[in-house]
Design a protein around this ligand. Structure first.
Ligand code: SF4
Length: 325
């Protein structure tokens, strides 16, 4: 008799508090100010989210220079360098900052250590928007360390005054390896005051670690430019899954991946709405993987309030409406 086919469905998966807030920010801004609302960079790294918001009137741009004077611009969840705020003010834009509060926390750490004249080693991926934004807080003090193999290139002014910080969406294990290598070179290296890799990244990786060894294949829903989604596939394979694949949509699944498989793991990155996971489950069910067991080692409850500048305008609009009655 053939092995029973099943799906191990990871939870937590999908939207984190920072993504939820960023998407809601654009939706509420569209409702309040009307289209178009400009969004600098992808609000979150997910194709479906960007396409859906575009269809509602959001216009995605690369730089403030593309936004007409006086328009509303939303900054993405990944954060921006201070100069981006300055440019927006110079152009007379109404800026709403949807930077995730956990990224803002890393920016604050960078400013504080720079003020105290530390050399800051920022562990992260070269070119990622979050890294560009954080580096912009203290360009003269920050140098990027892009994984364990970059450690040998690091040079510091005073080995007793060095701290490491990190991008929020890295692999926990690889970051620890990078820090170990850094500490071999710089024994006095200080750690950030609290974890920079955010709770959502850590939780999504943890549940993948828990299920990977039981899975013949792990399918992660997420976009290629989503750092935390890509990391989930890597973690799955490192922790025992025979194979791991990243897909934006269910139709990208190759049936060959399922050949001979009895257990398929499913998860999704922090910028992925759950309807895309539902599509994957439906696709798998059609191929015999109808039994779904959800594995939830950690329960997430965190939520973030909307950006202050948006909340203020929403309240003013409410008040005006009430007075007009
Ligand atoms: S992945 Fe983490 S840092 Fe990024 S938006 Fe979500 S909660 Fe914030």
């Amino acid at each position: 008799m053939a092995d029973p086919k099943r799906v191990l469905l990871a939870k937590p998966r999908g939207y984190c508090a920072g993504v939820d807030r960023a998407v809601e920010t654009v939706e509420q801004a569209l409702e309040l100010y009307g289209a178009p609302v400009y969004v600098r960079k992808e609000i979150v790294h997910n194709r479906h989210v960007v396409e859906t918001l575009s269809s509602k009137g959001a216009v995605f741009v690369e730089e403030n220079a593309e936004v007409p004077t006086g328009s509303v611009v939303v900054f993405s969840a990944h954060g921006v360098a201070p100069e981006v705020h300055d440019q927006a003010a110079e152009r007379g834009l109404k800026a709403i900052d949807a930077t995730c509060p956990l990224v803002t926390k890393v920016h604050q750490e960078a400013r504080r250590f720079a003020r105290d004249d530390y050399d800051i080693l920022l562990i992260g991926h070269d070119g990622h928007e979050e890294v560009i934004g954080t580096s912009g807080e203290a360009p003269d003090h920050i140098q990027l360390v892009d994984g364990p193999d970059s450690v040998d290139k690091v040079t510091v002014r005073d080995p007793e005054k060095v701290v490491w910080l990190s991008q929020t969406t890295l692999s926990v294990d690889e970051t620890l390896e990078t820090v170990d290598r850094l500490k071999q070179r710089l024994p006095m290296l200080q750690s950030p005051p609290s974890d920079d890799i955010c709770y959502a990244t850590q939780n999504r990786q943890q549940v993948i670690k828990d299920i990977a060894a039981d899975c013949d294949v792990v399918i992660v829903v997420g976009s290629r430019n989503s750092s935390n989604s890509v990391r989930l596939v890597e973690v799955a394979v490192q922790h025992g899954a025979r194979a791991g694949h990243l897909v934006d949509f269910a139709h990208e699944i190759d049936d060959a991946w399922l050949e001979g498989a009895s257990t398929v793991g499913v998860s999704s990155g922090a910028s992925v709405p759950d309807n895309l996971v539902a599509d994957v489950l439906a696709y798998l069910a059609e191929r015999g993987f109808g039994e779904v067991e959800e594995v939830e080692p950690v329960v997430e409850k965190l939520t973030f309030a909307l950006p202050r500048e948006l909340v203020r305008d929403l309240k003013a609009a409410e008040l005006a409406k009430a007075e007009a009655k």
